[in-house]
Design a protein around this ligand. Structure first.
Ligand code: F6R
Length: 610
C-alpha cells in the first residue's frame, strides 16, 4: 500500500507534496514524510501519525523549501509505525520512498552488512535504499544502479529516488505496485494514483514494469533496463478534481454511496444494446461464453462479496455452476482448473496483489481470464484477457460502496448474457430483464438514499452494541456478508453474517437480551423460513431490525423492534436498494460514533501486498 508523490519544478514543492499526499492518504496513514532537495542537500522531515502531524512538524522547519521533493504516506508492513520506520529513507548518496514489500530484505541486509552498512530502521525499504546506494557507489550512474538493484530485489515496489548529486531529478521504477508519471505546466510528477496529480494535469503515463522514469523540472524521460531511451503511452483522465473531492458531503463514503444511481446508470447504459447485454468486447458479444462449463470468481473482500451475488444470480438464471474463491486462498491451494473453466477476477483497484496473483496463476494454466475492474489501465485490467470496466469513478473512502453495487450490476448483465446463451432465458425475457435493470435499479437506489434520516435513527440504536448479527437466507444471506463487513470495518463493532437457518446450530448461544440482529428479507420463497429464524432470536431477547421488501412486509407480520422498508422493485433486483440501505446504516453508525469513517484503523484502500 502506501502513497507516493514526487515533484520537480519551480514551485515550492512542500504544499504540492502535502496536497498530493492528502489525496493518497487512503493508501495508508500511519506515518508520513517528505524529503526536499535544498541548496544544503536533501532534508527530510518524517513522523509517525497522520499527515496533519507532518504538517505541524514542517511548521517547525519554516526554512525548508525547494523545487524538488518526494513524499510518502505509509501503511506499515515491516516495522511498527514510528518516526524511524517512516519514509523517506536515506543512504549516503540518495533518499527514497517505497510502496510494496522487498521480500528478500534479510538476504540483502546480510550482503550490505558485509559491505559495512548499518541500519537505523526495521524496514525493508531502508535495505533497498542502501542496496541502490552500494550500486551507485560502484557504477556512479543512477539508472544503472537502480536497474541492477531491481534485479536483486524480490517482491513488489514502486520507488521514487532522489540523489544528492543530481539536483531536481527524481528516478522512479515499479513492479506490482502502481506508479504514474506526469508532466504539468509547472513541473513534473510521480504518484501512486491519479488524484494526487489531478490538480496539475489530466495527462499521465502509467509507468510500465521494467522501465525507469527520469523526472526533471521540465521533462520526463523513460529508459529500459539497458539504459536505452524508450517511450510510454500518454493517457488522459476522464474525471476531474471535483469528482475526486467530497463535494459538500462530510465524508467520501457518504458521497460515494450517493453516487450509486449515477454509477449504476453509467455502468449499465452502454452495456445494453438493442435491449440485450452488450460488452463492447467482440468475442464476449458473440457466443464465445457458451463454451464455459463452470466459472470461478476470484477476488478479495467486498469484491469477493460481489462475487457471491454473482454466483447467486448466474446459478439462478443461467444454471451454470459458479465457485467463489478468496484470491489469497485460491493462489496457494493448487486449484483444479479445466480448459473450459472461466476465471473471473473482480477488483475495484485492479491492483490487489492476491487477485493479480490469482489471475496470473489462471493464465499460466491456460485458462481464459475475464476481469471486472474499476480503475482503467490497472494491472488486473491490463493482464486479464478481457476486461469489463465498472464506471464507478474514483472511490476514495477505504470502505468500498459504489464499486460493490456496480460490480453486482455487471455480474447481473453477465448472468443474463449467459442465460440467453444457455437458453434458460429467451431473448424477449432478457430484454425485459435488462429494461427493468436500467430503469428500476437507479430509481430505487435513489429512493433508498432518500431514507437516510430513518436509517440514521436506526443506526443510533446500534452505536452502543459490542456485537451484532446480520441474518438472511439465499441472496439475502450473501448480501449480509457485505453488510457485516461494512459495519465492522468502519464502526469497529464486531458483527457476523449468518444464514438464518444456521444460527440454531451453535451461534444462537451468543444472542442474549438486547443483542441487535439485523434481519434481511427480500426473497419470497424463503421469507417464512427467515421469519422462523427471527422468532428464535427474538425469543432470546434480540433487538431485531427488520429490513424488508415492500411486498414481503405487506404479506407477513415480521416480528421486530423496528422495520425499514426497501423501496419497491422486482424481488430479483432488490439487492441494489437493499445494499444501499445497509451501507447507509454502517455509515451512520460509524459517523455517530465519531470515528474516522473514510480511514478506518489498520486498513488501506489498495492492498498491493500479500
Ligand atoms: C472493504 C474493501 C476491501 C476491498 C478488497 C479488494 O470495504 O474495500 O475489502 O474490497 O481489499 O479490493 P479491490 O476491489 O481493489 O481488489
Amino acid at each position: 500500500m502506501c502513497g507516493i508523490i514526487g515533484y520537480s519544478g519551480d514551485q515550492d514543492s512542500i504544499p504540492i507534496i502535502i496536497e498530493g499526499l492528502r489525496t493518497l492518504e487512503y493508501r495508508g496513514y500511519d506515518s508520513a514524510g517528505i524529503s526536499v532537495c535544498t541548496e544544503e542537500g536533501i532534508k527530510t522531515v518524517k513522523t509517525q501519525g497522520r499527515l496533519t502531524v507532518l504538517e505541524d512538524k514542517l511548521k517547525e522547519n519554516p526554512e525548508l523549501g525547494g523545487g524538488c521533493a518526494i513524499g510518502h504516506t505509509r501503511w506499515a508492513t515491516h516495522g511498527e509505525p514510528s518516526d524511524t520506520n517512516s519514509h523517506p529513507h536515506s543512504a549516503k548518496n540518495l533518499t527514497l520512498v517505497h510502496n510494496g514489500i522487498i521480500e528478500n530484505y534479510a538476504e540483502i541486509a546480510e550482503m550490505l552488512k558485509g559491505a559495512g552498512y548499518t541500519f537505523e530502521s526495521e524496514t525493508d525499504t531502508e535495505r533497498g535504499a542502501k542496496l541502490i546506494d552500494l550500486l551507485y557507489e560502484k557504477y556512479q550512474d543512477p539508472i544503472v544502479a537502480i536497474s541492477k538493484a531491481t534485479k536483486i530485489i524480490r517482491g513488489s515496489y514502486a520507488l521514487g529516488v532522489i540523489f544528492n548529486d543530481i539536483p531536481d531529478t527524481i528516478f522512479a521504477i515499479r513492479k506490482d505496485s502502481p506508479l504514474i508519471v506526469a508532466k504539468g505546466e509547472d513541473g513534473c510528477f510521480i504518484a501512486s494514483d491519479i488524484p494526487a496529480i489531478l490538480k496539475h494535469t489530466k495527462q499521465y503515463y502509467r509507468l510500465a514494469e521494467g522501465i525507469i522514469a527520469k523526472v526533471s523540472k521540465s521533462e520526463v524521460e523513460f529508459f529500459d533496463m539497458e539504459k536505452n531511451l524508450t517511450e510510454q503511452q500518454l493517457e488522459t483522465v476522464d474525471w476531474d478534481v471535483e469528482q475526486a473531492q467530497k463535494g459538500g458531503f462530510p465524508h467520501f463514503m457518504i458521497k460515494e454511496i450517493h453516487e450509486e444511481p449515477e454509477a449504476l446508470r453509467k455502468t449499465l447504459e452502454p452495456r445494453i444494446r438493442d435491449g440485450l447485454p452488450y460488452f463492447d468486447i467482440p468475442r464476449l458479444d458473440g457466443d464465445f461464453l457458451s463454451k464455459f462449463g463452470s466459472i470461478h470468481i476470484v477476488a478479495c473482500g467486498t469484491a469477493m462479496h460481489a462475487g457471491l451475488i454473482g454466483k447467486a444470480i448466474i446459478e439462478r438464471i443461467a444454471r451454470i455452476p459458479v465457485n467463489v474463491e478468496i484470491a489469497s486462498e485460491f493462489r496457494y491451494r493448487n486449484p483444479i482448473l479445466k480448459k473450459n473453466d472461466l476465471v473471473l477476477l473482480i477488483s475495484q483497484s485492479g491492483e490487489t496483489a492476491d487477485t493479480l496473483a490469482a489471475l496470473r496463476l489462471a493464465k499460466a494454466q491456460g485458462v481464459y481470464t475475464l476481469a471486472i475492474v474499476n480503475v482503467i489501465g490497472s494491472s488486473v485490467a491490463r493482464e486479464a484477457e478481457d476486461v469489463m470496466y465498472t464506471r464507478a469513478g474514483p472511490e476514495i473512502a477505504v470502505a468500498s460502496t459504489k464499486a460493490y453495487s456496480v460490480q453486482c450490476s455487471l455480474l447481473y448483465l453477465l448472468a443474463v448474457k449467459l442465460a440467453v446463451l444457455n437458453k434458460t432465458m429467451s431473448e424477449d425475457e432478457a430484454r425485459d430483464f435488462c429494461a427493468r435493470m436500467l430503469t428500476d435499479i437507479p430509481k430505487t437506489v435513489t429512493s433508498a438514499l432518500e431514507m437516510s434520516t430513518k436509517i440514521c435513527e436506526a443506526a443510533s440504536r446500534l452505536v452502543a452494541a459490542e456485537h451484532l448479527f446480520y441474518i438472511g437466507r439465499d441472496m439475502d444471506c450473501q448480501l449480509c456478508t457485505e453488510a457485516s463487513l461494512k459495519l465492522k470495518e468502519i464502526s469497529y463493532i464486531h458483527s457476523e453474517a449468518y444464514a438464518a437457518g444456521e444460527l440454531k446450530h451453535g451461534t444462537i448461544s451468543l444472542v442474549t437480551d438486547g443483542t441487535p440482529v439485523i434481519a434481511l428479507t427480500t426473497v419470497g420463497k424463503v421469507c417464512e423460513k427467515t421469519i422462523s429464524g427471527i422468532r428464535e432470536v427474538k425469543s432470546r431477547g434480540a433487538y431485531v431490525v427488520s429490513i424488508c421488501s415492500e411486498e414481503l412486509a405487506a404479506k407477513y407480520d415480521i416480528p421486530c423492534d423496528e422495520q425499514i422498508i426497501i423501496p419497491h422493485i422486482d424481488e430479483i433486483l432488490s439487492v441494489f436498494p437493499a445494499i444501499c440501505i445497509l451501507q447507509l446504516l454502517a455509515y451512520h453508525v460509524s459517523a455517530q460514533k465519531g470515528l474516522d469513517v473514510d480511514k478506518p484503523r489498520n486498513l488501506a484502500k489498495s492492498v498491493t501486498v500479500e
